[in-house]
Ligand binder design. Sequence first.
Ligand code: COA
Length: 394
Amino acid sequence: MAVPVGIHDIALATGHYAMDLSELAERHGVDVGKYYLGLGQREQTVPATDEDIVTMAAAAAAQIVATHGAQDIRTILLATESGIDHSKSAAIPVQELLNLPAATRAVELKQACYGGASALQMAAGLVERDPAHRVLVIASDIARYDIDSGGEATQGAAAVAMLVSADPAVAVLEPESGLYTADVRDFWRPNHRSTPRVDGKLSVSVYLEAVERAWKDYEARGGRALREFAGFCYHQPFTKMAYKAHARLLEINGTAPDQGLLDRDLGHTTVYNGVIGNSYTASLFVGLLSLLDHAEDLSERSVALLSYGSGCVAEFFALRMVPGYRQRLRTEANRAAIERRERISYDRYRAIRDFALPEDGSSLALEHDGAGPFRLRGVSDDSRIYEARRLTRV
Ligand code: COA
């Protein structure tokens, strides 16, 4: 019988600052209810000027390496759509910051917000081939839209790191999955742009179509019946999107999506995303952590996951929770990472947004800004230079 493969450990990191969406509502001249209730977003993480996808990824993964050591990690799969280089993988500076062995495969994966789920599936394939092999999967992103655009209310940033192994202690990845790909222009970021081109309304309707199509493929491949799931995690560009998606899933399964049922199925999975904001590839797994940190014991129950990445690719798959998984959770650390963020005004957010690294090859040393374990020290000869932060505070 094949060895079970899945998530052995999972950890979260987010950025240093947070902005309440009332600040943005005032600037945009809209009722804050549009963001708090209409989008289901209260705050968004704003990374410090010396944070990026590498520092967040390393901060999440360092917690896992501190617990399990680096031995047997032979692959790092880093999923992101906020890449810092068109060619070199952001997994390489993460490998260096974490002092992982040189005998490591370090690769970056991309397909909008779907990249993290694809990395998890590919990691499982590597572990199935060699059960002694452990894979560090990291989803790390900074969601950033044009100033004063509708998308600005759906920004945020986070990284989730997962150790994928045989005989996992947290969750087994179930073999069935439903897939859907279609060439759609709802969201994309051409190489010359730092913010995406986005047709927000189209992206919502394509997401819903993708939920339906991925579910139907999952069903056709012998997946579980809807009533067997103890929880539902969706990609959450804003938490209300999970409600729209779940309502569609219930409807196509002949169940009326009343508010009580939606709240019961989704309440726990939207707590963290509602204050972190969109974290693109990480968002689905932030939703998973939120569910696990808030729900009752789900041992031997299955949790459904729906990943959607604009462009678009979607996948419906499931995790089966391992008895005793709750002892492995980092609930206090996760809450602390969210709560310790420094709340900032719109003006401070805007100053951070307007700051840009040099694009002409010149060097820049950055002031200390954030407080995480790793920082971007600066740029030299068009290369980002990272360092572990010396924690000198008493
Ligand atoms: N109180 C309560 N709710 C309010 C409100 C108020 N005062 N004012 C508006 N709303 C509601 C609207 O009814 C709407 O809810 P509904 O979708 O359930 O009908 C919601 O707030 C958003 O309003 P809308 O006019 O659609 O917002 P928008 O034009 O700014 O666009 C997005 C919203 C999500 C399309 C936009 O933020 C965006 O483009 N985001 C980036 C792309 C994205 O996240 N796509 C998701 C799929 S990947």
